[in-house]
Each structure stands twice: as structure tokens, then as C-alpha cells.
Design a protein around this ligand. Structure first.
Ligand SMILES: NC(=O)c1ccc[n+]([C@@H]2O[C@H](COP(=O)([O-])OP(=O)(O)OC[C@H]3O[C@@H](n4cnc5c(N)ncnc54)[C@H](OP(=O)(O)O)[C@@H]3O)[C@@H](O)[C@H]2O)c1
Length: 420
């Protein structure tokens, strides 16, 4: 593209791409991607193009630039576009994902640009693609998934949508004080910026924590949604993590999944007796995470959720789907609580009924509310070896659709990770 304008008394012509800009009275300008740099002679410009360090010159000359040229831009050594994975309509599953090259987003005042190292796929990502949060999400097409996060939809819907990434801060907006360039972070991306299935993403830092060096990007990326949901579910039952708990029996359904495998470990850390359900192939794994009793959900006893030692549950972290209240009810202690992280309208109706009838047994739908302090708590547990991320599988960004399909299958053991 070619253009022209008047600048500091000289006619400025410019080409978009790697090109020389001629500007009377101001010497020569090189434009690379989004970076404008000034040189005193065309010889200097052609030498500098292969080893450019134009910061001083850039700083001095930027004042002469018309305002549309003086916006903060990507550093010259950085690329201006990135690889990303997007979908452009509802439905389509893994086949609906497309690999694209898109501009790297720019952080606003209270945002940071992250160079992503890893992202985790959660069921909510493909559920949004299916359209369960239509018309609120996605907010637009094309959409880069594992991305739109920390969006609190109207509270009457009680929904928050979040997503997991680990990455390095490469640029911060002027309003970001708590993080700086070079920080390695983990957390949840913020709405409405670019997604986690990409090389870079912009986010507010409200739900970010520093990733400790002892915790790898992949281990860390698994934590935000699944780890925080497990932690908050246990807290919703009344479990404390700073003082000892009275002895309690807990049931965790789908204990081999992303949320369930963290919930088992956190429940044991809190000193609880844990009964867990999972498929036969994962029984040994779930025992190794600390579960005291493990039941195969495909057996008749498993389907009834009965504890092998006939214990009644003081709390249930319900991570599977489609189990009715009538199955939980006979297995609960007199004031047992079921925390349902997969609520549907029936669950919500049952929950309201329990409330208005002052039932001591309770059914509580739970939606994650991200908190960076809790994120730090989980990272410390991983660092200390008290919590681990079981990784089902790791895919490069170029094979994101395989990771997507694996999550849709409903048969992940632990977390599905994309390394970027
Ligand atoms: N409310 C929230 O804020 C929130 C947050 C996170 C997740 N969620 C929801 O919670 C659910 C679980 O998430 P996730 O990430 O843990 O899922 P996930 O990792 O995809 O769970 C897969 C695992 O669940 C096991 N499983 C499936 N059905 C089971 C059953 N009836 N009994 C026992 N195990 C069963 C599977 O075992 P097999 O392979 O042997 O079948 C597999 O190992 C999803 O629906 C997700 O959308 C909600």
C-alpha cells in the first residue's frame, strides 16, 4: 500500500511492509511491520535493517510523527502476525477449527500482552462452540477459543466463562503495575480479547498469578479452571484449607477428569475421607492420587454411588453429568451437601426446592469465580509436591483439533494441554 501526508514541513510518502519512507527535512525512515524508525542517511538505514537498534532514534524522532504514526507498536524484533486457531460458526466440532494467521493484539491501558507457552482445553470451550451460551458467547465470529474469559454474564444467568493459559508478559499497558515484561504467569484470559489457542493473547491481569519456576507451563496451564473449581467446590461444602477440618466423608464423581483429579488431591490435603468414581481403567490412578475408596461408575454399585464401606457422604463434588438428586439423596448424611458443577435446569429447580423447604440436605450449583489468591495457593501446592497436574495428552498448536476432539470424547484422564 502506498500513501502520503505532510509531516513537519515535508511531504511524507510511505509503503506498508519493509520499505523506505522518504520525508523532506527529516531524513530517511524505515518501516518494518508496525515499527517506524528514523535514520540520518539512507546508508545507515540499509545497514541498520539487518541489525536494528533504533530505540534512541525512535525515541527522539517520534515527537515529529503525526499522531497516527506515534501509537505504541510491537517492537521491531517481534512479528506483527501470529498463528491462531479459530472457528467461524456454531457447531462443527474439531472439524470446525481453522488455522489462521492474524494480527498480534495490542494491550490497552490495563492489559498485558502474553506470549503463550501453554493452554488447556476445558469442556466449556467446545460447549461454547456448540452454542450452549448462545447468544452471549462467542461475542463474535471468527472466534479464537480457549480464550474468552472472566466474562461474568448477567448475574441472573449466574455464568462465568473462563480459560486457562500460561505465558510470558511481553508488553504491559500503562495502567498495569503488578506485572512487568518478562514475568512468567498463569491464569485466566480476559474478555473480550484474543484467545488461548494462539501464539499471543491480550488480557487484564486480574486473574493472573506468577508461575513459579518449579511449575512447568503445562502443569500450570491445567490449574486455573479445573483446579480452582475443585478448590471452590470443597470450600462450598465448608472445607477449610488453613485450619484442620472435622472428619468428613466426601464423594467425588468423575475423579479421573480435569476437575475431579484435582478435587481428590485437595480433599486428601484437607484430611478428608474420599470415595471416588471413575472408569475401570483409571481406578489405580485415582487411588494413587489418594482416594480411599474407588468405584467403577459402570458397575451397578457405581451407578448407585454407594460407598463400599457403607459411609454416608457429608459432601459430594459432582463432576460427572446427568445423575439425578434421587441417586445422591440416600447416600448423604443428614446435612450432606451436593456441589454440582454441571448444573442444568432440573438441578437448579431441585436446588431451589431444597432451599424453600429448609431441607438440611442441599444441592448447590457452583460456577467458578476466578481469584488470583487461590491460584497462588494452588501453584504453591504444586511447587511443594502436594498437588500435581495429571496430563492426559499434549498437542502442538498445529494439532489443536486433535486435542479438541479428545476433550469432546469425554474420556480425558486429567488435563489436555496445548504447548505453544
Ligand atoms: N461449574 C463450573 O464452573 C465448571 C468448571 C469446570 C468444569 N465444569 C464442568 O464439569 C464437568 C467436568 O469437567 P472436567 O474438565 O473434569 O471434564 P473431563 O476432564 O472431560 O472429564 C472426563 C472424565 O470423566 C470421566 N467420567 C465421565 N462420566 C463419568 C461418570 N458418569 N462417572 C465417573 N466418571 C465419569 C471419564 O472417564 P471415562 O473416560 O472412563 O469415561 C473421564 O476420565 C464438565 O461438564 C465441565 O463442563 C464446570
Amino acid at each position: 500500500m502506498e500513501g502520503g501526508c505532510a509531516a513537519a514541513g515535508g511531504a511524507l510518502t510511505f509503503l506498508v511492509g519493509d520499505a523506505r519512507i522518504g520525508c523532506q527535512g527529516l531524513g530517511n525512515w524505515m518501516v518494518r511491520g508496525f515499527e517506524f524508525v528514523a535514520f540520518t542517511s539512507s546508508e545507515e538505514a540499509s545497514v541498520a535493517i539487518s541489525g536494528m537498534d533504533g530505540k534512541d532514534v525512535h525515541g527522539r524522532m517520534i515527537n515529529f510523527l503525526p499522531s497516527f504514526l506515534s501509537q505504541p507498536r510491537m517492537a521491531a524484533e517481534n512479528p506483527s502476525t501470529m498463528k491462531a486457531v479459530q472457528y467461524d460458526s456454531y457447531g462443527g466440532g474439531a472439524a470446525g477449527l481453522k488455522h489462521v494467521e492474524v494480527p498480534i493484539p495490542s494491550p490497552k491501558k490495563n492489559e498485558a500482552l502474553l506470549k503463550l507457552e501453554a493452554a488447556a482445553i476445558n469442556p466449556v470451550d467446545w460447549k461454547i462452540q456448540k452454542g450452549i451460551l448462545r447468544p452471549f458467547l462467542p461475542p463474535r465470529f471468527p472466534f479464537t477459543p480457549v480464550v474468552e474469559s472472566l466474562l461474568r454474564l448477567p448475574t441472573f444467568l449466574g455464568v462465568s466463562v473462563i480459560s486457562d493459559v500460561a505465558g510470558e508478559v511481553v508488553e504491559v499497558g500503562s495502567g498495569v503495575n503488578s506485572f512487568k515484561k518478562g514475568d512468567k504467569v498463569v491464569g485466566l484470559l480476559s474478555f473480550p480479547n484474543g484467545g488461548g489457542l494462539a501464539e499471543f493473547a491480550v488480557t487484564t491481569m486480574a486473574a493472573m498469578a506468577i508461575r513459579l519456576p518449579e511449575v512447568s507451563p503445562s502443569e500450570a496451564a491445567g490449574l486455573p479452571i479445573a483446579g480452582l473449581t475443585a478448590l471452590q467446590s470443597l470450600k462450598a461444602i465448608g472445607i477449610k484449607f488453613d485450619t484442620p477440618n472435622k472428619s468428613s466423608n466426601i464423594l467425588i464423581t468423575a475423579a479421573s477428569g480435569g476437575v475431579g483429579h484435582y478435587a481428590v488431591q485437595l480433599a486428601k490435603y484437607a484430611g478428608l475421607h474420599v470415595t471416588a468414581t471413575c472408569g475401570a481403567r483409571n481406578i489405580e490412578l485415582v487411588k494413587s492420587l489418594g482416594a480411599d475408596e474407588v468405584v467403577d461408575y459402570e458397575t451397578p454399585e457405581g451407578a448407585k454411588l454407594k460407598s463400599p464401606s457403607d459411609k454416608k457422604y457429608d459432601g459430594v463434588i459432582h463432576c460427572a453429568t446427568n445423575i439425578p438428586w434421587s441417586t445422591f439423596e440416600p447416600n448423604l448424611s443428614s446435612s450432606g451437601k451436593v456441589i454440582d458443577i454441571t448444573p442444568n435446569f432440573t438441578t437448579i429447580a431441585a436446588s431451589i426446592l431444597k432451599r424453600i423447604t429448609f431441607s438440611k440436605k442441599k444441592l448447590i450449583p457452583l460456577m467458578l469465580v476466578p481469584k488470583s489468591g487461590e491460584m497462588e495457593f494452588l501453584l504453591n501446592l504444586v511447587k511443594e509436591g502436594k498437588l500435581k497436574t495429571v496430563i492426559d495428552s499434549v498437542y502442538p498448536l498445529s494439532k489443536a483439533e486433535e486435542a479438541w476432539a479428545k476433550s469432546i470424547s469425554g474420556h480425558a484422564t486429567g488435563k489436555i494441554i496445548i504447548e505453544i
